[in-house]
Ligand binder design. Structure first.
Ligand SMILES: Nc1ncnc2c1ncn2[C@@H]1O[C@H](COP(=O)(O)OP(=O)(O)OP(=O)(O)O)[C@@H](O)[C@H]1O
Length: 268
């Protein structure tokens, strides 16, 4: 089993392409972006997976409004491995949340997998995320009361996968990520690096077009961080599109493109 098999040979999915094929057709009812009723804004192989134009986001605050994003333009092509860097508070997490459809914007447009997600409601966005976006957080966000295996199976089941298919896929992912012998252990029994690998397995279970990671090595020691970087490089080599926010020079150096931010803007 290679990561290419598990990623469904994700060498650059078509905009709006569904991902059921990547799990052996186990999710016949998985909606494609088109099924979700989207408006295609691109077409053909050249359309980026992510396209932001003039994106602005201001937060209300006690003293003065915080202009977290001040007009961001960004294109990310299928299969890219991009690191977003910049000082604390420059808007990196806001940018990632906007791309994930977790944060609204005040102005501009956000297209992901050919869909104008900035015009969608929360329910539609939740379904879209389930099938097209995998997210990894600094502090893993695993479910502590269930096994490593079940941490992967649960989101697959919620995504519509049948239980046996979900378990089979979860075991394949654990195997790919070097956690096969940890399937029945609780997350609390795993090291930080193993927990983050489990969180990545969970993020990949529905074969997302886009893998987003917000400071994935921030809670790990340097060895654990390098493990995760190596894993991202392997996934990237197999065609996975990855956007990672990082303060780590190692992770930034390992990415194929660095997008530096400052004061709510991307710096050339
Ligand atoms: N929900 C919110 N309400 C108010 N202000 C917010 C909110 N979310 C973010 N901000 C502010 O927006 C700015 C950008 O925050 P963001 O988290 O995107 O920065 P960041 O670059 O990811 O920072 P860090 O590297 O410290 O995580 C900050 O000044 C932050 O305090």
């Amino acid at each position: 089993m290679t990561s290419t098999d598990l990623l469904g040979g994700a060498g650059g999915p078509e905009p709006g392409a569904g991902t059921a094929a990547a799990v052996g057709g186990a999710v016949p009812s998985t909606p494609t972006a088109a099924d979700l009723g989207g408006v295609a804004v691109g077409g053909g192989d050249a359309a980026p997976v992510v396209r932001l134009r003039g994106v602005r986001r201001t937060f209300d605050a006690d003293l003065a409004p915080v202009r977290a994003l001040r007009g961001v333009d960004l294109d990310i092509a299928a299969g890219e491995f991009v690191a977003v860097t910049g000082p604390s508070g420059c808007g990196k997490s806001t940018l990632l949340n906007v791309i994930a459809g977790l944060e609204t914007i005040d102005d501009g447009t956000v297209d992901v997998v050919g869909e104008r997600i900035s015009e969608r409601d929360p329910d539609w966005l939740a379904r879209f995320r389930r099938h097209h976006v995998g997210i990894v957080f600094q502090f893993f966000n695993l479910i502590d009361g269930v096994s490593a295996l079940q941490n992967i199976v649960l989101p697959a089941s919620i995504g519509g996968m049948r239980r046996r298919a979900a378990e089979s896929r979860a075991r394949d992912l654990l195997d790919l990520l070097g956690l096969a012998d940890r399937a029945d252990q609780l997350p609390s029994m795993l090291s930080g690096g193993q927990r983050q690998r489990l969180a990545i397995a969970r993020a990949l279970v529905n074969s997302p077009t886009l893998l987003l990671a917000d400071e994935p090595t921030g809670a790990l020691d340097s060895e654990g961080g390098l493990e995760i970087l190596e894993l991202f490089r392997r996934l990237h080599a197999d065609g996975q599109t990855i956007i990672v926010i990082t303060h780590s020079a190692d992770v930034a150096a390992g990415a194929r493109r660095v997008v530096p931010m400052r004061d709510g803007r991307i710096v050339d």
